[in-house]
Write a protein that binds this ligand. Structure first.
Ligand code: 13P
Ligand code: SF4
Length: 332
């Protein structure tokens, strides 16, 4: 996939100093996902998983939210904080799970199953959220599904691997939309088995967007934040990480003495598993979007109102615990 886009910034400009100046001047908060480049994570006011970032976006008193993540995440910020200006460094930063679930097809699917409750993973468009009863993230999905009656018929979209993982773990039979994440699909079971044989004491921590063939070799399965907590608290000195390698930056900060090995793709290394959408955001684009308050997320109000309901439901049904203290890192 070639979705690269470049911008030009005066090479003599101190981009970090300019970002720091502009964020104060504009009362802007910079939110970043763990899959962003290390320097973006380091300059952000808060770094988190999808649930933590939605909570931050809903609570912030900043005038502008600079969302360093992908478009569906920035849309969530706009849905929950409609009076704020929400900008994304690169509007092309999409998500293959979002692409795998066209809103019209999804609406028809939902209409064909009127007796089903509709659960959607937060990795989908605002238009798909508008056809959903409850949104979930990888950190609250299990908790939310467990609150639903055992005989409740459920549609789960768009990630078939997260849905399959939940069905297996919770003994459910949710009807799964057949979407996938192009990044997590690339891990190779064969190569993982070889890697485990080389490092027999290294636990495997995996994101539930991975196929079952990877999850069944994993010691921990959870959201990016839960993977970070697991890795930090583990007694192991070496761990194998089956998710996007951007997260390893926080692991190295949390536990500098430990060794983190990215789970391999079919070629035996993990370089193929960088999310091409997350990688579109750069420090230069972060500076420019802060300077210009653009590109801005804009949603039609009818869709926004419909999409807000299942998101608010998610926040109500999520575990109340505040994000662990190491999750939100105030930049220096
Ligand atoms: P988390 O909610 O675990 O951060 O996941 C977001 C994501 O896009 C994973 O690919
Ligand atoms: Fe979407 Fe996968 Fe990238 Fe996450 S890693 S943003 S699910 S394409």
């Amino acid at each position: 996939m070639n979705i690269a886009s470049t911008v030009t910034v005066d090479p003599t400009l101190d981009v970090v100093a300019e970002i720091n100046r502009l964020r104060k001047e504009k009362n802007a908060v910079i939110l970043a996902h763990y899959y962003q480049a290390a320097e973006i994570q380091d300059i952000a006011d808060f770094v988190g998983d999808s649930l933590d970032l939605s909570r931050k976006a809903a609570e912030t008193d900043a005038d502008t939210i600079i969302f360093c993540g992908v478009r569906f995440m920035a849309e969530v910020a706009k849905i929950l904080s409609p009076s704020k200006t929400v900008v994304l460094p690169d509007l092309e930063a999409g998500c293959s799970l979002e692409d795998s679930c066209p809103p019209d097809e999804f609406a028809a699917f939902v209409a064909a199953h009127p007796d089903h409750l509709v659960l959607s993973y937060i990795n989908c468009s605002a238009a798909v959220k508008a056809h959903t009863d409850i949104i979930v993230t990888s950190s609250n999905a299990e908790y939310i599904v467990n609150q639903l009656p055992a005989d409740q018929k459920i549609i789960f979209a768009p990630d078939k691997h997260l849905g399959g993982f939940l069905n297996k773990k919770l003994g459910r039979n949710m009807l799964l939309w057949q979407g996938t994440c192009i990044v997590h699909e690339l891990f190779s079971e064969k190569e993982l088995i070889k890697l485990k044989a080389k490092h027999p004491n290294a636990p495997v921590a995996a994101h539930p967007e991975c196929p079952d063939a990877i999850l069944r070799h994993s010691d921990h399965v959870g959201s990016t934040r839960s993977i970070l907590d697991y890795v930090r608290d583990s007694d192991a000195e070496t761990l194998i990480i089956a998710t996007e390698p951007g997260i390893i930056h926080q692991m190295e900060k949390d536990a500098p003495h430990k060794t983190f090995i990215g789970a391999p793709g079919a070629d035996g290394n993990c370089s193929c598993n960088t999310c091409p959408y997350m990688a579109l955001n750069t420090m230069d684009k972060l500076y420019l979007c802060l300077r210009d308050s653009s590109p801005e997320i804009a949603l039609d109000e009818e869709t926004r109102i419909k999409a807000e309901k299942p998101l608010r439901k998610m926040l109500e049904m999520s575990p109340n615990a505040a994000p662990a203290k190491d999750l939100t890192r105030l930049s220096a």
